[in-house]
Design a protein around this ligand. Structure first.
Ligand code: SF4
Length: 317
């Protein structure tokens, strides 16, 4: 089916004094209804910048964003309802001076022409039920600081649902929550995609949660996408050395028989995006780096089953 939201060869550069931060370079990504894509990478890999580009917080330096197949200029009205971004910190995204009821009512009124108090109450109740904050009377009159982190994030999601979005962009939506409730939140996201056919982008540094939740994985490193494909394929058979590093450094009881390529001790740090390495940005850390890797950016190599990667090893294979 046609993607709801797409980034095509999108780059974003920010001026930083006399230098330029090359936060995202040549990113291509498509979100389909009812599918969850995990965007995985370390902090500083450009994931959040890409989410903000997709949410039209700012325009790309080059490339295009498409919503329902149409190139987007500026931030058209459809964007406000169709694409919702959920942040890591639920505290920051709720108005602390207002009760849950008001936070949700405002969102409902933005999107629906509500005719009566009863209708508004009903919509707000439904939203709380959808995110499993029941009995709803227990939550309606609470202020954000009276809720737990997980409850606050549920309210944030309820508010996002109030405008009936087609796409949810979750930027590390569980990383600030208690470990004990993370799984519940992932299950909630999974349920929303099934019930509403939402397209979901799940941004994380944690490959284990990506493995649990998503259908497809896209891996970013230092502002560039390095590999993508079906979750099972990418995890069972990572093609890009950086993906191998990510998987090797994440504990997995079902690890298949592949020797660890990387010693967690000498991983090194991801590079600065102000003056990123030439050629393949991973070459300073890559055990397979060849001369070519230091000067030429590897192109996207398409492989069967929707797999792709940017690595000279595959290009030469
Ligand atoms: Fe390593 Fe070269 Fe592949 Fe980059 S292009 S990941 S440096 S082999």
């Amino acid at each position: 089916s046609q993607p709801v939201l797409e980034a095509r060869a999108v780059s974003k550069h920010f001026p930083a004094g006399r230098s330029t931060v090359r936060a995202v370079e040549d990113a291509t990504l498509a979100l389909q209804p009812g599918r969850i894509v995990a965007l995985v990478g370390e902090s500083g890999s450009g994931k959040t910048t890409l989410a903000r580009l997709l949410a039209r917080f700012y325009p790309p330096t080059s490339g295009e964003i498409r919503l329902h197949g149409e190139t987007v200029k500026g931030k058209p009205r459809a964007y406000y309802s169709d694409v919702q971004l959920i942040f890591q910190d639920p505290f920051g995204s709720l108005n602390p001076l207002h009760r849950v009821r008001y936070n949700l009512e405002r969102a409902v009124k933005l999107h629906h022409a509500v005719r009566s108090r009863a209708e508004l109450d009903q919509k707000v109740t439904e939203l709380l039920e959808r995110v499993s904050l029941t009995p709803t009377e227990q939550y309606l009159d609470k202020f954000p600081h009276e809720l737990s982190g997980g409850q606050r994030q549920r309210v944030v999601i309820a508010r996002a649902l109030a405008v009936e979005p087609k796409v949810l962009l979750g930027d590390e939506p569980i990383s600030m929550l208690d470990v004990s409730i993370r799984l519940e939140m992932l299950n909630l996201l999974d349920r929303l995609r099934t019930e509403d056919g939402l397209a979901l982008l799940y941004i994380t540094h944690d490959i284990a949660s990506a493995r649990y939740l998503c259908d497809d994985i896209v891996v970013m490193y230092a502002g560039r996408m390095v590999e993508g494909g079906l979750k099972e394929d990418v995890i069972a058979n990572p093609l890009h050395p950086y993906t191998q590093l990510l998987i090797d450094s994440s504990p997995d009881p079902e690890r298949r028989d592949r020797p660890n390529l990387f010693d967690a001790e000498d991983l090194g740090e991801p590079p600065s995006l102000i003056d990123p390495p030439a050629g393949c940005r991973f070459h300073p850390r890559c055990p397979f780096a060849m001369n070519k890797c230091r000067t030429e950016t590897p192109p996207r190599t398409e492989l069967p089953e929707g797999r792709w990667t940017h690595c000279w090893l595959q290009e030469n294979a």
